[in-house]
Design a protein around this ligand. Sequence first.
Ligand code: GTQ
Length: 344
Amino acid sequence: MLELGRLEDLPQAYRDQLQALNLVPLWPSLRSVLPPDLPTRHTRPIHWSYQALRPLLMQAGELTPIEKAERRVLVLANPGHGLEKMQASAAMYLGMQLLLPGEWAPCHHHTPNALRMIVEGEGAWTTVDGEKCPMRRGDLILTPTGLWHEHGHDGDQPVVWLDVLDLPLVYFLEASYHVEGQRQRVAPGHAERAYARGGVVPTRVFQRSRKAYPMLRYPWVDARAALVSLAEDQPDLEAVQVTYVNPETGGDAQNILGFYALMLRPGQTLRLPARSPATVFHQIEGESEVTVDTTTFAMDGADTCCAPGFTSIALRNRSAKELAFLFVADEAPLHRKLGLYEER
Ligand code: GTQ
């Protein structure tokens, strides 16, 4: 490879003249923006233990009333990006949100796409675009870009969920903002019922009534049953995995991030190819182990970890008897749309 000139090789007077005109020589920085063969990744393999963070989240409930927080969230920040950047990866933001009985997180919409993966508690709901979505463990609720959403809680125990947003990307694009609104009027209907059977979808006479995001809640009972059926139907299938899709198009549920549920048979190890997008894993049921290159994380219930892109990943079910279920989020839809997606 060519040895490129350094900034210090240039006369100071020349450098000063460049700076005064807002000009920068490329060659001293060329290798850092276009490194050989492998991109520079600030994302580090990081694990967040739910058992460790839960008491701090509950303490936030005592320290900060919902009126002073709007959204009471502890952000799962990747130190590789700097904690203050609140990024799990280049495009993914993760947060653990707490809502206490009787609380209400007011209605708003924003440009980043959000998703909730419910961690614990009963009786909470998110109303998205007028549809009241009950929140139960493992349920996935979409709040896509621009759709009104608010969270409420009629139960008697704290409710916690994992927020996954494409906020870092949208912020980087200088396109991130929110709009405050009024409490929504709830419309009848639960789209997950209308779309509960794969292969048959509601057919409208007037196509113009079609919604960009027809299904907003993906109940865990259905995703889990799909995984168990898939494993039974194909005993030799290695990757027992389903993708959360838009049931009208068959494409990814959201535009930027991809969402999947994965089942590991008792004792199973599953090796994934190194891929360009970063990936997040969240333990829904059972106990597993996630190895990212040479780093291994023990994943207990509700633990979350992330893997940078271009790393090889191995998933192992630590139990010889029980099934293990992981929720997976990645940046693959974004990489595909941009033509950057790679597997090695
Ligand atoms: O629940 O609407 O974690 O607006 C960050 C920003 C959650 C939310 C977050 C948000 C929300």
